[in-house]
Design a protein around this ligand. Structure first.
Ligand SMILES: [Fe+2]
Length: 198
């Protein structure tokens, strides 16, 4: 046995949702995602339709499936001890983009769980819940595993406010591979918004 399955990357997730149109609208509005395709299911299928959403040139990063007969809503379902997916994370193109996202989330009064640095991976991040209580993470500057094949010993998790955070001091600790302008956010926006077919 010389080989094993070896994926290149985790590339998209599929979610079954209670209110498909509301969830699609939320991800398009809040995260600027776009619908690449819709695929209706037969009437006897447990799913009504699949909607495939993109946030870059890849065809989809989330596929969302409408449950035909969802179980009754239980109200607030933000118990983090529940089984299954804990959260889904999106990388932001720059610290400026992450900061702008935090402003947007606050202005929309979306339910914020926390903003943090530290812990495994040492990325700077915000967590909030979508309308069906899936936990979303937006982050920037996740550690890479370098030539020695080891992860960096992580500092303790620390609660922060991204809008007032001293990013320059943090980047001095973080290392030279991350800078506040490591990717041009304008380029990303052009691809995902301006050039996309309507
Ligand atoms: Fe995460």
């Amino acid at each position: 046995m010389g080989t094993s399955i070896r994926p290149r990357r985790l590339e998209h997730i599929g979610l079954v949702v209670r209110d498909l149109e509301m969830m699609v609208e939320f991800y398009c509005e809040t995260l600027g995602m776009q619908v690449s395709d819709r695929m209706p299911y037969p009437e006897d299928a447990p799913i009504t339709e699949g909607v495939f959403l993109r946030c870059n040139a890849d065809h989809h990063s989330i596929s969302m499936f409408g449950a035909r007969n969802p179980p009754p809503a239980v109200g607030d379902d933000r118990n983090e001890g529940k089984l299954g997916m804990h959260h889904v994370a999106f990388e932001m193109a720059s610290f400026a983009e992450l900061k702008a996202a935090v402003r947007y989330v606050r202005e929309r009064e979306l339910p914020i769980r926390s903003m943090r640095i530290g812990g495994p991976g040492c990325q700077i991040r915000i967590y909030f819940w979508d309308p069906e209580d899936n936990l979303i993470e937006l982050y920037w500057a996740l550690d890479k595993i370098g030539w020695d094949g080891r992860s960096r010993p992580w500092p303790p998790i620390e609660e922060i406010d991204i809008e007032t955070f001293d990013i320059e001091a943090w980047l001095e600790w973080k290392g030279p591979e991350f800078t506040t302008d490591s990717l041009d956010p304008a380029w990303e926006r052009e691809w995902t918004v301006d050039k996309a077919p309507t």
